[in-house]
Every structure is written in structure tokens, then in C-alpha cells.
Design a protein around this ligand. Structure first.
Ligand code: CA
Length: 231
């Protein structure tokens, strides 16, 4: 990451919400740009090239989902949706449109800041060369050697289990939708086969979790997808 404070573009029409976030970021090392409309948000995203975008879905002149798709045509800047729409369907649609994360209003500042840190870290990782070794909570994945271990003990995975784990590792901390995971591991024809995932996630939990019934690494986002803990 650059030495300068990360620039956050907040696209949100509600003045109270903007005031709330302005206050929340007051003590943080962030530079905040505010845009009250989709049009202004798109212009600012292009002109200022922010490090992260916080995006409301219900904007007066357009929908945040369309804006997400538009921005994704040319930018990889992390986008976190902040919305009152809390339906699973809305989350899945937003994530599949290219958003990185989704927070339902009302949310706590600490939760938002934590998600922002994950998104910024992830963006920095994607920008840099791939790190060959990923570690979290006793799990170690050596991507160069294709070796997986838990608490120092080698774990043997089938090719698809490994592929699924690596997909989660490459996006650690982020929610990945069922569709996204199925496409990455089994291909575009399998995107509706959610039961594949259930089976393979269960297998991975048995191999990787201390207690597979109380997962601490491979987390379920009900109705949406899965997230690999990143710290
Ligand atoms: Ca709104």
C-alpha cells in the first residue's frame, strides 16, 4: 500500500449517513471523498481513482448495482456495498455484479472498519506479486509447492478440494458467492450445483478445522456463500 492515506469514495445520498461515516473516519487515516448521486460517484471514481468505494444501492439517479457493473468494466478498486436491503438475493446479486463485500444498514463502525481493512489488504495483495504462502489460525497453504498443513501436520486434499481452498485463499476475508466458487472450481456449467459445494466444504472442514461442527476457518454466509477467515 502507498504511504499516503488511502482515499475512500463514499457514494451515498443520505446526509445523515454521510455525516455518520465522516465522523467515524475522523480519527482514521483515511481521505474521504463524498458523492451524493450515482452520476457524481462515477465521475469521482474515474477522476480520483480511490483506494476503496463505499456504495449505497438506493441512489436518487440510479441503482448501485448498475454503478458497480459500470465501475467494474475498467476498475478493480474494492467496492463495499452499504445498504438497507438485507435480503440474501440482494447480497448475491451485488457480489456477483463485482462488489467485494456487503454490509446491511444499520451496521457498527468497528464492523465497517474491519471489512475496509480486509478489502484494502486484499487489493494490496492482488496488486503485488502473489504471496506464495498463506497462513491463518493454524492453517498453512503453500501455493508454490501445493502443500497444505494444519498445526504443522500435512493434510492431503483431492484436486477439487485443493482448487476450492485455493480459490478461498486468493480472496481470503471476502465472501465468495456459491456461483463464483462453483464457476472457479467446476466451471460455468456447474454454477447451480450448490450441493457440490456443501459436500466439498464439509470435507474440507473435516480435514482443516479443529472442530468441523464449529468452523473457525471456513465460514458460512447463509444463503450467500463462504468466507475464509484471513487473520
Ligand atoms: Ca439511499
Amino acid at each position: 500500500m502507498s504511504v499516503a492515506a488511502p482515499t475512500i469514495l463514499l457514494i451515498e445520498d443520505e446526509p445523515e449517513m454521510r455525516r455518520f461515516l465522516r465522523a467515524a473516519f475522523g480519527t482514521q487515516e483515511y481521505q474521504l471523498i463524498e458523492a451524493p448521486t450515482a452520476r457524481e460517484g462515477l465521475a469521482q471514481a474515474a477522476a480520483r481513482n480511490p483506494d476503496l468505494i463505499l456504495l449505497d444501492l438506493g441512489l436518487p439517479d440510479g441503482d448501485g448495482l448498475d454503478l458497480t457493473r459500470q465501475i467494474r468494466e475498467w476498475s478493480r478498486t474494492p467496492i463495499i456495498i452499504i445498504s438497507a436491503r438485507g435480503q440474501e438475493r440482494d447480497k448475491v446479486t451485488a457480489l456477483d455484479a463485482g462488489a467485494d463485500d456487503y454490509l446491511t444498514k444499520p451496521f457498527g463502525v468497528d464492523e465497517l472498519l474491519a471489512r475496509m481493512r480486509v478489502a484494502l489488504r486484499h487489493a494490496a495483495r492482488v496488486g503485488a506479486a502473489d504471496e506464495p504462502v498463506f497462513e491463518t489460525g493454524g492453517l498453512r497453504v503453500d501455493l508454490a509447492r501445493r502443500e497444505v498443513s494444519r498445526d504443522g501436520v500435512t493434510v492431503h486434499l483431492t484436486p477439487n478440494e485443493y482448487k476450492l481452498l485455493v480459490t478461498l485463499v486468493r480472496h481470503a476475508g471476502k465472501v465468495l458467492t456459491h456461483r463464483h466458487l462453483l464457476r472457479e472450481v467446476w466451471g460455468a456449467n456447474a454454477i447451480t450445483q450448490t450441493h457440490y459445494l456443501r459436500v466439498y466444504i464439509t470435507q474440507l472442514r473435516h480435514k482443516l478445522e479443529a472442530d468441523p461442527t464449529q468452523p473457525r476457518l471456513l465460514l458460512t454466509e447463509p444463503g450467500v456463500g463462504y468466507r475464509l477467515r484471513s487473520e
